[in-house]
Design a protein around this ligand. Structure first.
Ligand SMILES: [Ca+2]
Ligand SMILES: [Ca+2]
Length: 516
């Protein structure tokens, strides 16, 4: 490989925040046997269960049944998409990324139907990051002239940091897994959307450890992502089993975007972003140098300066054991996190004993480091929504501090585990001339426990469900084919694992049917 110079020689000006570019890898249940709080927890569950039907009955409108969700999943769905690249760029010193409803430019390999990569569509990532393995597959290192500059960026996450190369402006295009034909794994390129003239961060083939590729806000700001959790997609790509909702992407002005009546308003912050741009190398004055005008940073949301905007939820209320933390405006909505995260400060505010977690999760972050995070089930978490707030009870959260693009730390991360039983439209926006970003959602119909197939369930627990259950046997919320619906035990305390406890519950509901 030609890139063997060490990073410390190289200009590194820009730091990408990757709160977010995390791959959560394993769930470790904390010791529970002599936990003195267990009885109290069970009481809390019973109280919550008893409370819920009363609250529902008291609500006047029929849609109200959808706004209280008890015991959401511990680990949510994964936002898998495919990504491919072209050479499409604008002229020198034209810095803006240009959204496109179809592929433009020339693919970087002769067989784009098979040379795509799998990435996470990650509204919590401030830039696009492509792993070295995926970059090799996509042909990013094989171009003439070179598509990779000699500039690097540092990206920093929950803890630690790593480096990546900055690419020349190029075209980046994505689609959901449903664009991949499940038998031959050939990609149908007819429904790809993306952007041209975007610079990305590229992992080093020698020095960077394996990590996931992520498509971040520089594209999601221009898109509506439609998540159908009632249509799960399973494929096996490069011997890795992947499960994701059916996700389709549209430019924001596309009339085909479905609309749901329930909305969570989002804020693109820090405020003041006007476009998606890379930051050019203004220090190289020789117009014949290959560095002249080349990106110094990958493309990010940019105002007066590069900003890395993310989507914030403007108001979140949390409560636990009589304590509250109200009207918090520092939570981001992150399709790249399958867990919901609260900061240590909010954990302390809620009276959580940070030395005595109810469960622990080992997380692998983009830098390749593993950290262990304490997890808790908190009494309630409520998100601002119209026409009604969305309320979750007995909510599994992990406690971690993550950097905020506004400076300081995030209050937390709202992850996909809260939205397993919803169809969603994640609408970007917030730049000048765009509507404000928002999530639109509809709750899937209530289903009986263990009715996990086909799709969101068919009202009976039978062989189809057993096949779906068996296909995720002994997986956990780290697994790329994780199915949160198969995690049905312990009751009201899903533990992020599919094991004998879940099988016992499955057996209990075998051949059960839902009331019509
Ligand atoms: Ca079924
Ligand atoms: Ca379980």
């Amino acid at each position: 490989m030609k890139r063997n110079n060490s990073y410390n020689r190289i200009k590194t000006l820009f730091i990408i925040l990757t709160s977010i570019v995390v791959c959560w890898v394993s769930v470790v249940q904390a010791e529970q046997s002599d936990n003195p709080t267990t009885d109290h927890q069970i009481e809390t569950i019973q109280e919550a269960s008893a409370f819920q039907p009363t609250a529902l009955a008291a609500e006047p409108t029929p849609s109200s049944a959808s706004n209280i969700i008890d015991s959401p999943a511990l680990g949510g769905f994964l936002s898998w998409c495919m990504v491919t690249f072209t050479d499409e760029r604008s002229g020198e010193f034209e810095l803006d990324a240009v959204p496109s409803s179809s592929v433009i430019g020339n693919y970087l390999t002769a067989t784009p139907e098979t040379d795509y990569a799998i990435a996470v569509f990650d509204t919590g990532a401030g830039a696009h990051i492509v792993s070295s393995e995926d970059a090799v597959r996509a042909g990013l290192f094989d171009q003439t002239p070179d598509l990779i500059t000699s500039n690097t960026v540092e990206f920093t996450g929950v803890t630690g940091s790593a480096f990546a190369w900055v690419s020349q402006p190029l075209g980046l295009f994505i689609d959901g897994l449903s664009a991949i034909e499940s038998e031959g794994l050939l990609l149908d390129t007819s429904t790809l959307v993306g952007e041209s003239n975007v610079s990305i961060a590229v992992g080093d083939p020698i020095e960077s450890s394996h990590s996931l590729s992520t498509v971040g806000t520089p594209l999601s700001v221009f898109l509506a992502a439609v998540y159908r959790n009632d249509r799960p997609i399973n494929i096996t790509h490069n011997e890795t089993k992947l499960t994701a909702p059916d996700i389709r992407f549209y430019l924001l002005d596309d009339p085909q975007i479905p609309s749901y009546p329930n909305k969570i308003p989002l804020e693109l912050r820090p405020i003041g972003s006007v476009s998606v741009q890379y930051f050019p190398n203004i220090f190289e004055l020789d117009p014949f140098s290959s560095d002249y005008g080349a990106p110094f940073s990958p493309s990010v949301l940019t105002g007066f300066l590069p900003m890395q905007g993310l989507f914030f939820i403007s108001s979140v209320d949390l409560a636990h054991a009589g304590r509250t933390s109200l009207d918090k405006d520092g939570f981001i909505f992150d399709t790249g996190s399958s867990y919901t995260v609260i900061s240590e400060a909010i954990g302390a505010r809620l009276g959580l004993n940070l030395n005595s977690p109810e469960f622990e999760i080992e997380v692998l972050i983009a830098t390749g480091e593993m950290i262990r995070a304490p997890g808790y089930y908190i009494d309630s978490l409520e998100l601002i929504a119209t026409p009604q707030w969305l309320t979750f009870t007995n909510v599994p959260v992990i406690v971690l501090d993550a950097p905020s693009p506004e400076g300081g730390l995030l209050d937390g991360i709202i992850g996909t585990n809260l939205f397993v039983d919803f169809n969603l439209v994640v609408r970007g926006g917030g730049l000048p001339g765009q509507d404000l970003p928002r999530i639109e959602f509809e709750r899937l119909p209530e289903r009986i426990v263990a009715d996990i197939a086909p799709g969101a369930g068919d009202g009976v627990v039978d062989l189809l469900d057993f096949v779906a259950f068996a296909s995720v046997w002994l997986t956990n919320s780290e697994s790329f084919n994780w199915n949160p619906r198969a995690d049905m035990a312990p009751r009201n305390r899903p533990d992020g694992k599919v094991d004998f406890l879940d099988l016992a519950v499955f057996a209990e509901y075998w051949l059960g049917t839902s009331a019509p």
